[in-house]
Unconditional design. Sequence first.
Length: 103
Amino acid sequence: MFLARVTGSIVATQKSATMVGQKLLVVEPLRVDEKDRSSLKGTGRTFICVDTVGCGEGETVLIVQGSSARYTPETKTLPIDAAIIGIVDTVQVGGQTVFGTRS
């Protein structure tokens, strides 16, 4: 699993019949800033994921790849390699909040 930020969406009018109705989003993986560990920063890479949770552009999400992407009821029959399985509220590292707010 990894964290990512949704940066865009994909529209494909020609695709496998099993993919009809699936929302495809562009995401950029995130990592903890190695300088001061106080924030998340983008890696500069891009992935295309199927959205299983109804997220939107700008949100921080949890991604699974490979066979794990097909373990949800919504994705078990899809020809995919990456799926969004959660919307992240808070990330804490070493007791410090690096994303979100404390409740």
